[in-house]
Ligand binder design. Structure first.
Ligand SMILES: *Cc1c(COP(=O)(O)O)cnc(C)c1O
Length: 422
């Protein structure tokens, strides 16, 4: 289709591209396109790529990748179909059979499942340690370690890991290692979003995100991204081409046009409500403990203030809250009663997994998002003949609350009614 109507460079909002394949004006252009794809000799960040096929590269996703890299102050970004596709790509493209990952002992449930169920089949094993004490990382690193992996804040319990302190340990371990043997620090920044924290500026080598959460922001699309140094661009592009978990341009367009440009405005408002609601919960007689990095009672307050800052350098504790109730009966009974009441009767809080959306969402990680811990531990207990294993630090009565854009008093009215029935 030849037409004079194309005028890409004058759009304010980029067109939504939707072309699985691209017209090649000659076989030479096709050959050059394939040669230049993920080629070390070609700098595609400085010239227009020859587009061939959506799975390889395409412009809407490419624009989003540039914007996401800039938001995280990284060199390049590569987008995937989901957060898990991005996480698995970041690990698989840096490891081979026999290599080892060192990870924090509490992670998003599917990441934990990936590390315990699937990576071992490829000969990649994970050691789980408590990274709140970075010395534990130094002890766990071996000659075969290639990745130090963690979330901060941790999903779901909002523990923080000191990224700078981890970097010091990894720099020492990397001393004298060849390029191929170097350990990379991979940080899942989904909970904070780049508005609250830029891990690459604090010492991480690679940042991963679920775009489904805070960056996408509206809960309409799934996606993931790996952001890091230019040197990883081509291996991630090759990996994505062959494993195939590419972000669709239609999903990329939503994140590019709605999600990312509204991130700061959404986060600033959600964070303001979260601080207010966390304080309210902290004073409620039926609430046992509240974990929110902006509370004075937060156990890692000094680290929170040092590490979680917005683009202006202001403290940015985010929009996620974790809390437990005073339990009379079993370990999860009051939490379940409370959540069930909210699920049935609340005006603005929804019982659902996911987070970082404009809608306030509540869930019970122990039996939902982090149930992979239950399954793996049940297997281990069967094998070893004893109970819960030391990696399971996801407690039964925990409640995860993702604050949205509703009026904070409406959210509190829902919580108050729920607590009255817990
Ligand atoms: C949701 C989530 C993921 C996975 O993202 P998907 O887009 O659902 O695949 C990874 N890490 C964290 C911290 C998450 O909350």
């Amino acid at each position: 289709m030849r037409t004079p109507k194309w005028d890409y460079s004058h759009h304010v909002v980029p067109p939504l591209t939707s072309s699985a394949t691209f017209r090649l004006s000659s076989s030479q252009r096709g050959a050059r396109g394939f040669f230049e794809f993920a080629c070390d000799r070609v700098d595609t960040t400085r010239q227009v790529p020859i587009y061939i096929y959506d799975r390889l590269d395409e412009p809407t996703r490419g624009m989003l990748e540039e914007n996401l890299a800039a938001a995280e102050q990284g060199e390049i970004g590569v987008c995937f179909s989901t957060g898990m596709a991005a996480i698995s790509a970041s690990i698989a493209s840096l490891t081979r059979n026999g290599d080892q990952v060192v990870a924090h002992n509490t992670l998003y449930g599917c990441t934990y499942s990936l590390m315990t169920n699937w990576l071992p089949r490829q000969g990649v094993n994970t050691r789980f340690v408590d990274m709140r004490n970075p010395k534990e990382i130094a002890k766990a690193i071996s000659a075969r370690t290639r990745i130090v992996y963690f979330e901060t804040p941790v999903n779901p319990n909002l523990e923080l890991i000191d990224i700078g302190a981890v970097r010091e340990i990894v720099d020492r371990a990397n001393h004298g290692r060849s390029e191929l043997e170097k350990i990379h620090i991979v940080v899942d920044n989904t909970f904070a979003t780049p508005f609250c924290q830029r891990p690459l500026t604090l010492g991480a080598h690679i940042v991963v995100h679920s775009l489904t959460k805070g960056i996408g922001g509206f809960g309409t699309d799934m996606g993931g991204v790996v952001i890091g140094p230019k040197s990883l661009h081509n291996v991630l592009f090759m990996y994505r081409k062959d494993f195939g978990g590419v972000l669709s341009p239609k999903a990329a367009w939503n994140v590019l046009v709605y999600g990312l440009p509204s991130l700061a405005a959404r986060m600033a408002n959600m964070q303001k409500s979260a601080g207010y609601i966390a304080n309210w919960l902290d004073e409620h007689p039926k609430v046992h403990k509240v974990l929110y990095p902006g509370l004075n009672s937060f156990p890692q307050q000094e680290l929170a203030e040092r590490q979680m800052v917005d683009y202006r350098g202001k403290f940015a504790p985010g929009s996620m809250i974790y809390f437990t109730l005073r339990e009379k009966g079993g370990a999860n009974q009051a939490a379940e009663k409370f959540i069930n009441y909210v699920a049935d009767k609340a005006y603005c809080i929804t019982l659902a997994v996911s987070l970082g959306q404009v809608k306030t969402l509540i869930e019970n990680p122990y039996s939902m998002t982090h149930s992979a811990y239950l399954a793996v531990d049940a297997n281990k207990a069967k094998k070893n003949g004893h109970g819960s294993c030391e990696t399971n630090r996801v407690e039964p009565g925990g409640i995860r609350l993702s604050i949205g854009l509703e009026d904070r008093d409406d959210i509190i009215a829902d919580l108050e009614a729920g607590l009255a029935h817990a």
